[in-house]
Unconditional design. Structure first.
Length: 317
């Protein structure tokens, strides 16, 4: 099959033998999405070698459970061992022996086929298009913030970063709070949030808020976001970290202590709530798509995704 393979130094479009695991479903990819994590892996984050990609929608072509064959699906990206207490409790996201699709120990979805256990699959409702279904994974990651911290209608929330994850975080949090502000660098991206009734501000003007926010979500994708989060969160407030990138983040720990700030990490989310949000039309994601490339132009697609101002770049198989 054709696949975008990263050898630890360079990303290449290659012909690769697809090894079938008889215990897992074989999924023919329809579309996949290029994530900032994919870009960071190519820059050295996570030390992954293999086929990239963890956002996808596809058709089950082969499966030990025949009822799945022919279904259009998305797939949870964390594949747990199935026997530890976390997996038995129904949440493999922190299984110590997990593999992660296109990120750790498991080939991903920027390819013609991918393999996953059926326990990771969710059928996509007919009302959700392929282009929308690709957003299930990042939308779930954004909505996961509400698993880590309770958001009320009057909670003052700021999201730093107007990239794909920042936008989705602001949009999902606006389903819970009436006081969400998105802070970013790009007027055309901020305009998307503004169109959904979310207050927006350019980064250079964000200091006007002072220490206003109960919760600040850091989704800037770079080390400067944390400093701003510290500057605008209230004493005894919460900072939720969503950024994953190659590099170190400076942090004045004394400020955390003196101002009694709680710092919370937030990673992957459960897919079912994200599918429900798309099914009910609560969030429109199509306006977040910048461009769709064929898999044959995958390297060009990664270059487009790396450009400043780009939103979601999709690959079509």
């Amino acid at each position: 099959m054709k696949a975008l393979h990263f050898d630890g130094k360079k990303l290449k479009l290659e012909e690769i033998d697809f090894r079938i695991n008889d215990a897992e479903a074989v999924i023919r990819i329809l579309k996949s999405g290029i994530c900032n994590t994919d870009l960071e892996i190519v820059r050295g984050y996570a030390g992954f070698v293999g086929i990239l990609g963890h956002e996808f929608v596809g058709i089950v072509e082969r499966c030990p459970e025949v009822a799945w064959i022919g279904k259009r699906v998305v797939g949870e990206i964390n594949v747990g061992c199935g026997v530890c207490f976390l997996c038995k409790a129904g949440d493999s996201r922190h299984c110590p022996r997990r593999t992660v699709l296109g990120i750790h120990g498991r080939d991903g979805a920027h390819a013609e086929f991918v393999s996953l256990p059926t326990r990771n699959l969710l059928e996509v409702p007919e009302t959700i298009t392929d282009e929308e279904a690709v957003f299930v994974e990042p939308l779930a990651a954004a909505y996961a913030i509400t698993e880590r911290i309770e958001i009320h209608p009057n909670t003052k929330v700021a999201v730093i970063g107007d990239g794909k994850l920042g936008l989705l975080s602001a949009l999902t949090l606006s389903l819970k709070s009436n006081n969400v502000t998105l802070i970013g660098k790009h007027q055309h991206k901020l305009a998307i949030a503004k169109g959904h009734g979310i207050e927006t501000a350019l980064i250079e003007k964000a200091q006007k808020y002072g220490r206003l926010f109960d919760v600040v979500v850091e989704a800037s994708g770079n080390k400067t976001g944390m400093q701003m989060a510290m500057d605008i969160v209230q004493p005894k407030g919460f900072i939720v970290l969503k950024s994953t990138f190659h590099g170190e983040t400076p942090l004045e720990m004394w400020r955390v202590v003196v101002d009694e700030i709680s710092i919370i990490g937030s990673r992957c989310g459960k897919f079912a709530p994200a599918l429900e949000i798309l099914k009910e039309g609560k969030i429109k994601v199509r306006e977040l798509i910048s461009e769709i490339f064929s898999l044959d132009k995958g390297i060009e697609a990664f270059e487009a995704a790396s450009k400043k101002g780009a939103l979601k770049i999709l690959l079509s198989m």
